[in-house]
Design a protein around this ligand. Sequence first.
Ligand SMILES: Cc1ncc(COP(=O)(O)O)c(C=O)c1O
Length: 476
Amino acid sequence: MELQEKGLTREEVLKSLEQISKDDFDWSSGRIFGYVFDPGKEVMGVAEEALLKFYHKSGLDFTVYPSALAMENDIISFAASHLGGDESVSGSFTSGGTESIILAVKAARDYTRVKRPDIKEPEIILPITAHAAFHKAAHYLGLKVVQIGVDARLKADLDQLEDAITDNTILIVGSAPSYAYGVIDPIEDMAAIAEKRGILFHSDACMGGFLLPFFRRLGRDVPNFDFRVEGVTSISMDLHKYAYAPKGASVVLYRSKELRKHQIFACANWTGYTMINNTVQSTKSTGPLAAAWATLQFVGDDGYLEFARKKLEATEKVVNFVNMHPDLRLVSEPDMTLVAFTSDSVNIFHIIDEVNLKGWYIQPILSYSGVKESIHISINLSNVYHMDEFLKDLNEGIEKARELPSGTLLEKAQEIFSDMGTTELTGEAIGKIMETAGMANGKIPERFAPINEVMNILPPDMREELLIEFASFMFR
Ligand SMILES: Cc1ncc(COP(=O)(O)O)c(C=O)c1O
């Protein structure tokens, strides 16, 4: 793109944007099982108005915009009581789950630096199901990740947790629930182990923090995962997920201000304004904060309870379908709206392609650490009106997938990879594989099964190299 010598007209700009986005998934279609949290036009209308009204205000300086302080304090006090916290719980509004997690890990690192200066090489313990954001946080913050396995239900294994703790452990993480399988870790047991050893414990409730208390009120058996559990010292809960705030909305909460203090960054060592940043971002719009505040106020307790009821019914429908289908099985019984299922008789990557070619979006989860590859669907409000059609298409997709050949790209990729170890994974090799997979010139292919099959057999470090090369190949 070049700058226009003379700017385009408003109509021309908007038309160009239409053109650029013509291949995007229609997020309002109700056919995407992930990414979209659509509460319907009425709620979204209020949120959008709030977003735009505050969009131009900066969250950099709450002394200029006291509304930012007031709205954030309202949201944090609501979140603390929603998650069983008392007056001593504090926290911050952030741009998303990943930022909340990075901040919680940073606070743990810096708090422990003060309390345990003897720890020179800090470690954090993550079940294999913990979100990738913790790996990213450890990567950014220079911490060692120690992974532990899961039991038959894909919940963190307690014996492995006990064994993994060392004198260097600064933080243990559990999920409520995990992204891939929608399963809640044994948070009470994990946090008790952490507390006994004087280690901080983070409950990642990015997905479940908002919704699970409503599921409990609807009669579901939801174990404690929040500040009701003694050893839990911090929690992340996203508002841009099941609280339906527009994107850019999450909270990170701490049991005490003493711990939260280590999240805050201030800088007076330069010539500019005195800087206090509670979060990673510095200049940021207060639009998402206002939109989250407005959404919570507008939907209200009764609205969210009704939303939860619908999602619970839709989830039960999918779970029953999978349990009845001779070719499918659940990877684990889900505790929430995230369902993963697999097949021992049909190639699931083909099933995904067949279903997605009918205008749906369902997601592959690759095999990892002995857990078989699966199909993941995150069930949402906008999906609940389309479940019968979806299950019909899923059924047809299985029949079609049964007929398709497997491993077409695998053989060719193996030839390319056989000549090289992980260190030799070059841009050129990636280019070749992508070309063979129909991804030349930044084109996104219709079918992903061939590339998913390749990814599925690669060890994780090689998958990562491939993904980094892929991003590097796609983005200028
Ligand atoms: C359990 C869990 N934690 C953290 C995250 C990261 O959230 P975000 O994508 O908002 O950064 C997600 C996202 O799906 C999640 O499911």
